[in-house]
Design a protein around this ligand. Structure first.
Ligand SMILES: [Zn+2]
Length: 656
């Protein structure tokens, strides 16, 4: 057990190496890089497997660009040409402005902001942009492309959020063309079998348009269909990967994935997912396909995504230990015994390290993933839930490299900051593990209470319940005993941070004058505000003001833990009994309304920090090492040039 602890502790906490994480900042974006811990421990075969999966991931890049808007690839090709071949003055202000536009374009995989989805514009003039195009021999494209780049009235949003217009017609994304929302909806209505309990994901891998006779048609994304040249390359690499897979499940899964790309048959896609979910023993894993539907205004079309990762065996041990002790936690949870599970199973989530990000996950990438998306597959075969450790760490370390931070601005004194730097990222991870592995699964409803009883307050209350479960047990001596928490005080870093965030810092993400509406943010505000109010008579959390700036300081950690316990007991009661009115009261009293004066202060302090709200990553290269005509190893090479990687990918993986 003790070896386990030491092993688990390594890699967390303060940044120790000279590896530079933060590479570039521009507009509202920052570009970072990540390391791949565990790579050197892989066998040659595992490395080869990961290598081919990564190549397969990178070959899908152009698909995602084209899905985002059909003008993205022509514009990118022109921009690449200018960056590579323009011989004029590169130091001028206008060329710098052009370069920032290029960087934003690459970051967003197109002309629309990756998150806000609005079109963004170059700061250099249209005439200057034109002169660059002419200089590199692209003058004939100016009339068409410059209008698309500069005209604010066309292709305004990638996914339209219009409330009165037709969101299919108004969306710049390339999922539909020449069709209206009503036509698309009628079409799918006519082909969907509503009685099927294992339905395919209708429309996931097609573009919808009309044929010459005006009939609605779907153009499939498959090897001999739309995106064929890119898909052919993906399949080539997937076949090479299958030849060196770790086990037969992976082999079968890859075979099905190739068959799906060849046929476009969504039944085969389901069969692939069922096999993919079964592989919980391999070290190397991947995502490859048309996955998330957030970019489609109608929530059908899958954005192309690639992801290759390796299991972090040591970090995953933590969730194994927690799951193995799930019953102990349930029995010791501070809620009424009537609401406890008699038999309790934890969820074995795994911790992974990214090896390659691609498509919809590059450069901006999630830190946790749960797939597949088909509900019936999740129910019948399960799903894989992962947290991505090296990406989370890279975020933390890059923040430490930045000269300003929210910690410095919003924490009360040097002692609080130093303590957080020592234990914060560590304690935060443990809290997340408890939340995911045990929190959501704990407790039970009384007989006859519907799972939908909490109505529109369900998500926020459920997140609060899982968070409180995690907060309460993060401080439990059992956590040190199990070798998960390094010492009995480390939890205080998470407590102080949680309160600071819940009462203040998180409001940086809410527009002034707007209420707090997102479920996770409501949950944090509810918990922090409730504890602040209930602990006021004992001064558990103290509001202090210095130089006109507000701070919230935790004075009594044990009493704060008691308050967490009380609120957990109450929210569990509300859920178990289906007490809708009490749930509504908690949310509406503590979670929604932000004090306007504090909100304004928080926004101003945050803006002064000049931090970039959105981050993304470049990939390391995986390079085959040859000796005597044979590949003897695959080396990881860490790049530090964002634009160079983008240009290299354009040359190497340009398929469309
Ligand atoms: Zn949750």
């Amino acid at each position: 057990m003790m070896t386990g602890v030491l092993a688990i502790t390594a890699g967390c906490g303060q940044k120790k190496s000279d590896f530079k994480y933060l590479l570039d900042e521009f507009a509202d974006l920052k570009v970072m890089r990540y390391q791949i811990p565990g790579w050197d421990e892989l066998t040659l075969q595992q490395k080869e497997y990961a290598y081919h999966l990564s190549e397969a991931a990178k070959w899908g890049r152009d698909i995602h660009w084209d899905q985002n808007c059909k003008w993205n690839l022509p514009i990118r090709h022109v921009v690449e040409n200018i960056l590579e071949n323009y011989k004029g003055d590169r130091e001028s202000k206008e060329f710098q402005q052009f370069t920032v536009y290029a960087k934003r374009l690459f970051f967003a995989n197109g002309i629309h902001h990756h998150y806000a989805e609005d079109k963004f514009f170059p700061e250099c003039s249209q005439a200057y942009f034109k002169s660059l195009m002419v200089a590199v021999g692209e003058g004939d494209k100016c009339a068409e492309l410059l209008d698309i780049i500069y005209n604010p009235d066309i292709l305004q949003q990638r996914r339209s959020t219009s409330t009165d217009g037709d969101i299919v017609v108004l969306s710049a994304g390339n999922f539909y063309e020449g069709v209206t929302r009503a036509e698309v909806e009628k079409y799918y209505e006519s082909i969907e079998d509503k009685t099927d309990e294992t339905p395919i994901a209708y429309g996931l891998n097609t573009k919808v348009t009309k044929d010459a006779n005006g009939n609605i048609v779907e153009i499939p994304w498959k090897i001999d269909g739309m995106y064929g040249p890119a898909i052919a390359k993906i399949c080539e690499e997937l076949k090479l990967a299958a030849a060196c897979a770790e086990n037969d499940i992976q082999k079968r899964a890859l075979g099905l994935l190739v068959k799906y790309y060849e046929t476009g048959d969504l039944k085969v896609w389901d069969e692939f997912n069922i096999e993919w979910v079964k592989d919980t023993i391999g070290t190397v894993d991947f995502i490859n396909g048309f996955i998330e539907d957030y970019n489609d205004p109608l929530g059908r079309k899958g954005a192309w995504e690639g992801y290759v990762n390796i299991k972090d065996h040591k970090a995953s041990e933590r969730s194994v230990i927690l799951s193995a002790n799930a019953q102990w936690f349930e029995d010791h949870s501070p809620v009424d015994p009537r609401f406890k599970k008699k038999e309790c199973k934890g969820i074995s989530a795994k911790v992974i390290n990214a090896v390659c990000l691609a498509g919809d996950s590059y450069p901006s990438t999630p830190i946790g993933i749960n797939l597949p998306n088909a509900d019936w597959i999740r129910k019948m075969y399960g799903s894989k839930s992962v947290t991505i450790a090296n990406i989370t760490h890279a975020y933390d370390y890059a923040a430490q490299e930045s000269p300003t931070s929210t910690l410095d601005e919003f924490a009360w004194d040097e002692a609080e900051k130093a303590f957080y730097r020592e234990w914060g990222s560590w304690a935060d991870e443990i809290h997340t593990d408890l939340h995911e592995c045990l929190g959501h699964g704990s407790g039970q409803l009384l007989p006859g209470v519907a799972t939908t009883a909490m109505g529109e307050y369900a998500s926020a209350l459920e997140e609060a319940r899982a968070d409180l479960f995690g907060l309460y047990f993060t401080a439990d001596p059992k956590m040190v005993e199990l070798g998960i928490m390094p010492n009995k005080d480390a939890y205080k870093a998470e407590y102080a941070n949680y309160i600071r965030n819940g009462l203040m810092v998180q409001f940086t993400r809410v527009e002034l004058g707007r209420p707090n509406t997102e479920a996770h943010m409501q949950n944090r505000k509810l918990i922090a505000e409730w504890c602040y109010e209930k602990g006021a008579k004992d001064n558990v959390i103290e509001k202090k003001v210095r130089d006109g700036k507000t701070y919230f300081v935790v004075n009594d950690y044990e009493k704060l833990r008691d308050l967490f316990a009380q609120l957990l007991a109450e929210i569990q009661r509300i859920k178990s009994e289906g007490d809708y009115e009490a749930g509504k009261h908690l949310i509406e009293t503590y979670a929604v309304n932000i004090d306007p004066t504090l909100h304004k202060e928080v926004k101003e302090r945050y803006e002064a920090l000049n931090l970039k709200p959105y981050g993304g990553f470049i990939n390391p290269d995986i390079v085959p090492v040859e000796k005597g005509g044979k590949i003897v190893d695959y080396k990881v090479v860490y790049n530090d040039d964002y634009l160079k990687q983008q240009l290299d990918y354009g040359k190497k993986y340009g398929a469309l």
